[in-house]
Ligand binder design. Structure first.
Ligand code: B3K
Ligand code: ZN
Length: 844
């Protein structure tokens, strides 16, 4: 397979002045007519006229009205063209119904929809399918469907046809078309300059009652982007469409966002608080792309984090503003450690701006997205809020309408702030998670912190240079008063010291507040000091972090030294959980057990071989001990999580229900599921019903509840995904793979729906001890299903291969089992380029 390199970038030798497309829709034989005006560039580096095209049947091609001979080659066509501006016309035929890869134009439940990012437009017609080629688009759709949508503004329509015009030049990856018998949930929005915008959420009949929350989230996002970034919407209409079969969460096509139905449809009866929060964030994310992604796009796909890191950062700011800032930060750090750290510390490690790929769809990763967002957060911390927004204003001003690079982005910061960004750029070019070792010293009133940074080699990158690391530090005295408010230390050297003068006694340091940089902090400290910070730190993130460190350390001591749960930590935890002055959402996070995969990673980093079953057992024992120690308070705490009045998915109610789930799971360990059964029977919303079902399944008392849940919800695709997943994630480790295997034979299981596939295979690979059973049953089941799915849908298959990425952590027996399965996948006949690249990288 071909490898593409950043260093090989060359511009396309032609400008595209305008694009006109006509779609004659038919399920297995759609005709696409294109009229494209090309202008050869003066002094072009290359005058080769190559158009991308895949799985197209060429019917005709003409230049300036005269039929031309083209040379069809792998991945596209070549053609001899004039050296003056010309009109290219082509007709192709495609088969949307046969498109199970869900890329290009495909059908989902009888409706037509598209997914073009990254390189799907070439499955629709011949075109220079690269993000630096931008043009305006006019689209005519002909078909019997009631609703015919494309990008931009509607210009004309009649019985069986509609026309759209998008006046904003865009790359082809932002093209979209939707056609189907859909129903809309309409609304409108007036922008700050007084422009009225029609808003619609389009859904299949029956789903119209699940649109209101998404619509409110959209309007909040539009207001927020005006207020915080000064960005206004720029078309007369904004459409969102919900689609059941979708490879990822959603897509920011200009004026026509397409959403996985799981990321937009919501109702109290069918969606959990976590679903609501995620929907709000994804609606915001896709909307924010209108400026960071669409108006300013990427020059090439190596620059993907230019739009994704920034847009994730913006949606996190939005969620923090709508809900709780510390809670959002803690949730994001938990997710970063669970998804990005393993990637960065394993065979798939790559920089936020990769320098080579075979299949770009394999680089829509936690590193590009979440670490990309962390990098923006560090930039903001280093330059300060005022200069950050000054740089962003300059970015929008200078680059509107352009396809840009990370260099353009950093130049804006240099020009707005006068700072040199050369060293900071290493965050974009170097892979791996830096380790930050800390030591301290107190002498004659001066407290000195010394930091040492290092990053282990990653694939293709042996040597790492020191990075700029913003380290937010505060100091407390022994009573817990803050004697040094948060100060951001700017580390630039491999080893560097920072002094705090004029102190009466040795302080307690609170380091890396707000998780000010995506690093692994290593410090020889005591549980006594952690317990002190857990009780007193004024930075909510670091207060949680101290508890999290204690939660990890006690489990690790149980695993490696057979110790009992640390009683000082248990006491502190109980005290905090009983403290009604604290936000219930925060208390719920403090009660959340550290991820078992995270514990395995830590053991591995300490030179030990993790045993998944032992990790599981320690976690179970700890929870059981906590439940007993807290038993007197549980009924009162449980009662206090009751929310009066009708369900509302706001942060306050959600916080109480998050605590409800934690308390109920402790109660269930003592009352054999009585309370959970009551909650299951009386719940009037999915959050409470789901939490109760999870507790019952975990206690092995869930058979009846599970059956009645199935009866109640079997017609609801999204709730059924929960039902599939929960049976696996709540199973005993030795049963997880068997249950998952049974579920793959259930009539409602299908390889054709990525949500359903992820519900089952994602739950299996997410069950640490279940997936890693020494029998290898989990590995084999996943590999069997990946091989089966690859023939239909390479993109989703390739993404799920990452479940195997952590194999080097485990014992030789497990390593051999995993490598055997990876080899079996690798040698499958006709394996996709997507999956081949993933298994090859994981094995090397
Ligand atoms: N930009 C899309 C992701 C496209 C993934 C293509 N494999 C969604 C998003 O990040 O908003
Ligand atoms: Zn995005």
């Amino acid at each position: 397979p071909q490898t593409f390199y950043l260093k090989d970038y060359t511009p396309f030798g032609f400008d595209v002045e305008s694009v006109e497309l006509t779609f004659k829709l038919a399920p297995t034989a759609t005709r696409v007519l294109s009229r494209i005006r090309f202008i050869p560039q003066e002094n072009a580096a290359s005058s080769d006229f190559f158009l991308h095209g895949e799985e197209l049947e060429l019917i005709s091609a003409a230049i300036d009205g005269t039929p031309v001979q083209v040379e069809e080659v792998d991945g596209g066509l070549n053609c001899a063209v004039p050296s003056t501006p010309f009109l290219w016309e082509a007709e192709v035929e495609i088969n949307p119904k046969g498109n199970t890869a869900l890329e290009g134009l495909y059908m989902s439940n009888g409706m037509y929809c598209t997914q073009c990012e990254a390189e799907g437009f070439r499955k629709i017609t011949y075109y220079p399918d690269r993000p630096d080629v931008m043009s305006t688009f006019k689209v005519r759709i002909e078909g019997p469907e009631k609703v015919l949508l494309s990008n931009g503004n509607p210009t004309a329509s009649g019985e069986g046809w509609a026309e759209w015009h998008d006046p904003w030049p865009k790359p082809a990856y932002l093209f979209a078309l939707v056609a189907g018998d859909l129903i809309n949930h309409p609304d409108h929005f007036t922008t700050k300059s007084g422009k009225d915008v029609d808003l619609n959420i389009w859904v299949r009949p029956g789903d119209e009652g699940k649109c209101a929350f998404g619509m409110e989230a959209l309007k909040k996002s539009m207001t927020w982007d005006e207020e915080v970034y000064g960005r206004e919407y720029d078309l007369d209409i904004f459409n969102i469409v919900a689609v059941d079969d979708f490879n990822m969460g959603a897509m920011e096509n200009k004026g026509l966002n397409v959403f996985n139905s799981s990321c937009v449809l919501a109702s109290p009866e069918t969606s959990t608080d976590a679903n609501f929060e995620r929907i709000e964030a994804i609606i915001a994310h896709e909307y924010f792309h209108n400026w960071t992604g669409n108006r300013i796009t990427c020059r090439d796909w190596f620059q993907l984090c230019l739009k994704e890191g920034l847009t994730v950062y913006r949606d996190a700011q939005f969620t923090a503003d709508m809900r709780s800032e510390p809670v959002k930060r803690i949730e994001d750090v938990i997710a970063l450690r669970a998804r990005q750290f393993p990637e960065d510390q394993g065979p798939l490690s790559h920089p936020p701006r990769p320098e080579e790929f075979q299949e770009i769809n394999n680089f829509y990763t936690a590193t590009v997205y979440e670490k990309g967002a962390e990098v923006i957060g560090m930039l903001k911390r280093l330059v300060g809020d005022a200069d950050y927004y000054k740089a962003l204003d300059l970015y929008f001003d200078r680059h509107d309408g352009q396809a840009c690079t990370i260099e353009d982005w950093l130049s804006v910061f240099e020009d707005a702030t006068g700072r040199d960004m050369a060293q900071f750029k290493r965050w974009y070019s170097q892979a791996g998670t830096p380790k930050l070792k800390v030591s301290d010293n107190f002498d004659a009133g001066t407290y000195t912190l010394t930091f040492e940074q290092s990053t282990a080699p990653t694939p293709g990158q042996d040597i790492k240079d020191p990075r700029v690391i913003p380290i937010a530090v505060g100091l407390l005295n022994d009573k817990g008063d803050e004697i040094q408010p948060t100060r951001v230390l700017e580390m630039t050297q491999a080893t560097q010291s920072f002094a705090f003068d004029g102190l009466a006694a040795k302080p307690v340091p609170s380091i890396l507040r707000e998780f000010s940089a995506p690093v692994i902090l290593e410090r020889d400290t005591t549980n006594t000091e952690r317990t002190f910070l857990f009780a007193h730190d004024t930075d909510p993130f670091n207060r949680w972090e101290a508890g999290n460190a204690l939660a990890k350390e006690t489990r690790l001591a149980m695993i490696t030294a057979g110790e009992a749960p640390d009683s000082a930590y248990l006491d502190a935890l109980i005290k905090l959980v009983r403290d009604d002055t604290l936000d219930p959402a925060f208390r719920a996070l403090v009660l959340q057990a550290p991820g078992q995969s995270d514990l395995a990673q830590t053991l591995h980093a300490r030179g030990q071989v993790p045993d998944p079953q032992k990790i599981y057992d320690a976690s179970e024992t700890f929870t059981q001990t906590l439940a007993q120690a807290l038993s007197d308070s549980l009924p009162r705490l449980y009662a206090a999580t009751t929310v009066d009045g009708p369900y509302s998915p706001d942060a306050e109610g959600a916080g109480k229900r998050a605590l409800n789930a934690r308390i109920l799971s402790l109660l269930t360990r003592l009352d054999a599921g009585e309370q959970a059964q009551r909650q299951f029977e009386t719940a009037d919303n999915m959050t409470l019903q789901y939490a109760a079902l999870a507790c019952l399944l975990k206690a092995d008392k869930g058979a009846d509840a599970s059956a009645s849940f199935f009866d109640q919800w079997q017609e609801d695709r999204l709730v059924m995904d929960k039902w599939f997943a929960l049976q696996i994630s709540c199973a005993e480790p030795e049963a997880a793979a068997r249950i998952a295997k049974e579920l793959t034979t259930h009539p409602l299981f299908t390889l054709k729906n990525p949500n359903r596939f992820r519900a089952v295979m994602g739950a299996l690979s997410g069950h640490h001890a279940g997936f890693h059973q020494i029998s290898g049953a989990g590995y084999t089941l996943l590999a069997d299903n990946l091989i089966a799915l690859d023939a239909l849908n390479p993109q989703t298959t390739a993404r799920m291969c990452a479940a195997f990425q952590s194999w080097p952590r485990y014992d030789t027996a497990r390593q051999e089992l995993i490598k055997g399965e990876l080899q079996r996948i690798a040698t499958t006949k006709g394996l996709s380029r997507d999956t081949n690249e993933m298994v090859t990288r994981i094995l090397n």
